[in-house]
Design a binder for this molecule. Sequence first.
Ligand SMILES: [Zn+2]
Length: 178
Amino acid sequence: MEEIIKGNYKGDFINFKGIIHFRYFECERKDLIETQTGELIHKNAYNAFIEMQKNAKKEGINLFIESGFRSVEEQKEIFPKKFKNKFMPTEEEFYSRLKFSAPPNFSEHHTGYAIDINSVEDDFKDTKEYLWLFNNSEKFGFYNSFPKNNKQNLGFEPWHYRFIDDETKKIFKKAIEL
Ligand SMILES: [Zn+2]
């Protein structure tokens, strides 16, 4: 557990009691664009997001990027935050953290192609914004990474979307084909 938390684990994926996280690499800083909320997103996904946002707006739905690109270093800070003992959580603490958060080197946010939209609170699933995304986001290339009963066995994250096109299909291949 400790090497996973510290970001030193070298495997291509983690499978902890059935919860699966895949390794992702950080995109290059030159490929990132700053969005209206100050969050960064890969430049190749930017126009698709703006297009989706525009279309949503026409129907009275306001979408914004709550969280975009995240570096491995940032994830090293975020992941252990909820543990009482930073690098030595109980197995139970570790398991429940893995359900909703990726350890450093294993977050889709490293790629620049994953975004959290509007709110990372559980009740986002009950909003009209989520309903709109459920019905429309795939038309713009944004796929909910962790729907209910996903094969990675993560918790349902109605706010988290990965951008899929011919290029990024390769990046997310293992997760898509699981
Ligand atoms: Zn996310």
